[in-house]
Structure formats: structure tokens, C-alpha cells
Design a protein around this ligand. Structure first.
Ligand code: ADP
Ligand code: MG
Length: 199
């Protein structure tokens, strides 16, 4: 079973991973965006870790809804409201129990990803974070390690796609040949589950 501490570790590991990879995320956002994805998420997850320490929510749902709210209020770019919605909706789906199963997390994360698609209007293949998140959620019933691999594959598979949502879509065919920054950061978020589980 996964308790509030697991979800706190998930957010802390994501923050560390975003911090390590911030330059790469910003570099990916430079040919097909405005070169701020790394700094956007860095700012957001620094705030998430600080707020979680201060308010110390004691349920899995509480940790994720607070993290989501914090991202929405601290990240200006498109990715803030989108990741914020992902975590907030996932947290809401987990309810207010003290422990959840991996299966409950998989179901809740699916609800979170659906909410991101509803908010941003992106479908799989549009070259966004959805291209990493959907395969990750599909693989989550197998294991965290499988979900991480699926997210990384999904992110790599955005390279030959033409962007149909977000800033990169303004480039039309010129968006082809670059890996999507948001799909890349989504693979960091999912990869951090493995770290949180100590696998
Ligand atoms: P901005 O585009 O406002 O500068 P960021 O650079 O932080 O914001 O985030 C860009 C990423 O957000 C993209 O790489 C893409 O994965 C994701 N994104 C943008 N628009 C959408 C959308 N409508 N649905 C899902 N993801 C999106
Ligand atoms: Mg950007």
C-alpha cells in the first residue's frame, strides 16, 4: 500500500529530477517553444516541496491536490495548469484515505490524464505531454518500472510528430524532428515513481 509519505517522496524525487534536467528541458523548448519549460517546472516543483513541508498533508489525496494547486499558482506557462490539473484531479480521485493501492493510483492517474486532455484538448499523437502520460498509465498496472519505460518511449516517439497543440503547433511542419519538452518532463514525473518506491 502507498501512504502519504510515498506521495511526498514522489513529489520530492520529481523536484530533484526536474532540477537535474532543467537545462535539457529548456533546450528542448527552445527550437519549438520559448525556452522556459525547465525554469517553469523548476520554479513550480521548488514551491511544491516547500508547501508540502509547511502544510504536511497526511493523506495521498491531500499531498497531490496541494501539489497540483501549487503548480497552478506558481507556473505561468501552459504546463503549470496542465500538470496542476493532472495532480489535483489524481489527488481528488484518491479521496481522503490514508493508504491507497497501486491499482487505485493507476485508476486515479487515468482520471488525471483524462482531465488534462479535457482541459488542453490534446489527444495522443498531438506531440504533447499526453504522448508520455497515456502509455505510462496503460503500463502502470504492470509496474512502476514498466510505466517509466513506457513514458520514456512515448516521449522519444514525439520527435517525428508534427505538433497540433500548444506553442509548438504555431511552427507547423517545422515542429517535426524535435522531442517535445512536456512529454520529456512527463517521463521524469513518472520515472520518479520508481525512485519513490525505492525500486
Ligand atoms: P509554454 O508553452 O506556455 O511556454 P511550457 O514551455 O512550460 O509552457 O510547456 C510546454 C509543454 O506543454 C509542451 O511541450 C507540451 O508538452 C505541453 N502542452 C502545451 N499545450 C498543451 C495542451 N493543450 N495539452 C497538453 N499538453 C500541452
Ligand atoms: Mg515554453
Amino acid at each position: 500500500m502507498l501512504d502519504a509519505d510515498f506521495f511526498r517522496r514522489w513529489m520530492t524525487a520529481t523536484a530533484a529530477s526536474v532540477d537535474r534536467e532543467a537545462q535539457r528541458l529548456t533546450d528542448l523548448d527552445s527550437p519549438i517553444g520559448d525556452a522556459d519549460h525547465g525554469s517553469n517546472l523548476q520554479r513550480g516543483f521548488v514551491a511544491v516541496v516547500a508547501t508540502l513541508e509547511k502544510e504536511a498533508p497526511d493523506t495521498p489525496g491531500g499531498v497531490l491536490t496541494l501539489a497540483g494547486r501549487t503548480l497552478i499558482s506558481t507556473v505561468g506557462g501552459a504546463s503549470g495548469p496542465l500538470y496542476g490539473t493532472l495532480l489535483r484531479r489524481t489527488g481528488k480521485a484518491l479521496g481522503d484515505t490514508g493508504e491507497v493501492s497501486e491499482e487505485q493510483l493507476a485508476d486515479a492517474l487515468r482520471a488525471g490524464v483524462d482531465a488534462v486532455m479535457a482541459l488542453g484538448g490534446a489527444a495522443p499523437g498531438d506531440k504533447t505531454m499526453i504522448d508520455a502520460l497515456v502509455p505510462a498509465v496503460d503500463a502502470l498496472s504492470e509496474s512502476f518500472v514498466a510505466a517509466k519505460a513506457a513514458a520514456e518511449e512515448g516521449a522519444a516517439a514525439t520527435t517525428p510528430l508534427q505538433a497540433r497543440k500548444g506553442r509548438a503547433s504555431y511552427l507547423g511542419e517545422r515542429s517535426i524532428g524535435h522531442q517535445d519538452p512536456g512529454a520529456t518532463s512527463a517521463s521524469l514525473l513518472i520515472g520518479a515513481l520508481v525512485e519513490a518506491a525505492g525500486e
